[in-house]
Design a protein around this ligand. Structure first.
Ligand SMILES: Cc1ncc(COP(=O)(O)O)c(CN[C@@H](CS)C(=O)O)c1O
Length: 394
């Protein structure tokens, strides 16, 4: 049985080149970079190289900060709770935060927590394509708005949001702007010199780096209080001994992924389109969002009459890994939240399947998935007690 991994929006495999680069830091180069002796000093040049890789990949000005965190969840919490402590607690007249209604739970749940503690939050709905327009975000601005938080690309649909426009609106209105770029880096061009972003969050395991390491870009002048206090690491802006091997892995992985942007938007996109064209031929299917505004690797498709979990089980038995939506919500048998947010009827919202490719996906794998997916749909509909082909129903 083949094994085909099509859940790259959940996590990706470690780039083999990155694994080789990380190896020595699990062996002889184990010093603490904050130590003053040779064991600590000898790892610093490698850390500087890794940080340089990230500044270059994001075209981030040297004057700005990139803080290392444990994951994007920590980075998102750092931004939202930092704005609350620095601005909202001190000036309740500026206590309003705007976010899209389809942010990742690490944003949504943090905002709900801040709401319980006095912040005013506006969650802006998406349209039927799963897209949130700059106009809708701008319409939510009041004289109390202190922060706009809008992801660069959605993890379930792949829809790419209007970051450049919203960043410009925020700058003109004197409002801080945060974007969760976890699903954007390595898929779309991210340029922190061209776009006036105050805070940008990312996670290495989304672009073929190790799990358990992430980052937070902070524009000079937009500094926030620490989420974690303690030692002098990261200039005292994020305490905790640096995970040297993982930082080096994240730096190289980001350089590699941004270096493969062209391949992601040509070869990988072609494979995604081939898969999408084939499975869209199945009757009564619905793909969320238009391709031109989606990340090149993602498909969110609903098949009327087929529970998402049932389809996943059939795919899994054939060695194919996919998801019904974000991994952090996969245990829940609730309707896919994004499908609900775009106004899909509840019955359809339970049938969503997310397929997300990577630069390591091959044409043979896609041909195999097409064959299995079509046969699974036929099998599951043939045993469905509620489904009849709509074109057969008079
Ligand atoms: C847009 C976005 N923002 C934050 C995160 C969290 O990343 P962590 O490094 O796990 O903390 C994720 C991770 N989304 C995975 C797991 S829930 C998915 O299956 O969609 C994300 O997609």
């Amino acid at each position: 049985m083949k094994r085909v991994y099509l859940d790259n929006n959940a996590t990706t495999k470690l780039d083999p080149i990155v694994k080789v680069k990380m190896q020595p830091f699990f062996e002889e180069l184990y010093g603490n970079p904050n130590s003053l002796h040779q064991y600590g000093i000898e790892v610093r040049p490698y850390l500087n190289e890794a940080m340089g890789n990230m500044y270059d990949a994001l075209n981030a000005p040297d004057a700005d900060d990139i803080l290392i965190t444990s994951c994007a969840t920590e980075s998102n919490n750092t931004v939202l709770k930092g704005v609350f402590f620095k601005h909202i607690l001190k000036n309740p007249t500026k206590n309003h935060i705007i976010a899209s209604a389809v942010e990742h739970p690490s944003v949504l749940e943090t905002l709900h927590f801040l709401e319980e503690n006095g912040a005013e939050i506006t969650f802006v709905d998406v349209d039927a394509y799963g897209y949130v327009s700059a106009e809708r975000i701008a319409a939510a601005i009041t004289d109390k708005t202190i922060l706009i938080s809008m992801m660069w690309a959605n993890n379930e649909t792949g829809m790419i949001f209007p970051v450049a426009e919203v960043a410009q609106i925020a700058k003109e209105r004197g409002i801080l702007f945060h974007t969760d770029a976890v699903q954007a880096i390595g898929k779309v061009k991210v340029d922190l010199t061209a776009t006036p972003i105050d805070y940008l969050t990312f996670s290495a395991h989304k672009f073929h780096g190790p799990k358990g390491i992430g980052g937070l870009y902070v524009k000079k002048g937009s500094e926030l209080p620490n989420l974690l206090h303690g030692g002098e690491q990261m200039g005292g802006k994020r305490a905790g001994t640096l995970n040297v091997a993982y930082i080096i892995g994240m730096g190289l992985a980001m350089k590699q992924s941004v270096g493969h942007l062209e391949k992601m938007n040509s070869d990988v996109r072609s494979l995604r389109d081939r898969l999408e064209d084939a499975i869209s031929q199945i009757p009564d299917t619905f793909v969320v969002g238009d391709r031109e505004r989606r990340t090149p690797n993602t498909i969110l498709i609903s098949l009327r009459g087929i529970e998402g979990e049932s389809m996943l089980w059939d795919l899994n038995r054939a060695g194919i890994a996919a998801s019904t939506g974000s991994a952090c919500a996969s245990e829940s048998l609730e309707a896919n939240p994004v499908m609900s947010a775009i106004g899909q009827d509840p019955e359809l919202a339970h049938t969503a399947i997310r397929l997300s490719l990577s630069r390591f996906t091959t044409a043979d794998e896609i041909d195999y998935v097409i064959d299995v997916f079509v046969k699974a749909a036929e099998r599951l509909r043939s045993i469905s007690s509620t489904y009849a082909y709509t074109n057969e129903v008079g």
